[in-house]
Design a protein around this ligand. Sequence first.
Ligand code: PGA
Length: 253
Amino acid sequence: MSIFVKYVIGNWKLNPKTPAESLALAQGLQALGAGKVKVGCTPSFVHLAGVTDVLKTSDVWVGVQDVSAFGATGAFTGDVSAVQVTELGAKFTLIGHSERRQYHGESDKTLAQKMINAHLANLVVVFCVGESLDEYQSGLAFNVLDKQLSVLHQIDKSQINADKLIIAYEPVWAIGTGLTPTLDEIKKTHAHIKHYLSTQCHADLPVLYGGSVNDKNASDIASCQGVDGVLVGGASLKIESFAPIVSAFSQLS
Ligand code: PGA
């Protein structure tokens, strides 16, 4: 993926309640996403078809929040495959979001398999990593990030496509809390992740920041060295708060 483009991706999580609300949100996105900012959104699976339809003539990238670690089709009750979402027009998927790790106990092995399946289906993967509050306070953040990123080596090189990989750094303690690391911490952590990727994976990948990004802090975060974009949860659910975040990135020279 290009590190010259900036990515502003909405993680809609388990929102909104109705298809009509998702479609309205998608309509609001239609005008965004041109130029050097790649705007994306990740509706619920059940709203995916409607949202891809609304956005099919726009530059907005539609993705999903997860894919199955199992087959493209088959006896895997409750799962949704990368191939199925590609058929509906999805172009990317999040993998390893901390809420998946926490509530679904997703292991590194599972995440590696999801990544393989996503790339087999030609989806771009936004691989999420981030430390907990305890790990942050104990000064272990970089060790945790290295361990989470090491999943990338567990995958055979023939099964992973670095051209379709983006990393999202999301400190767990910053998600939905209104707290963010300082700009200096963000800069240092992104530099650490980029150093890890270039030395251990020989890859130069975009690294997004996520965790309590909003219309107030977006400009500062956008101007932070090493930040190639943002993954936005709560503030992506209203165009009034999401559009200014996109503007903050499009105004960068
Ligand atoms: P938040 O969520 O912006 O609501 O903190 C970010 C995320 O979980 O991706």
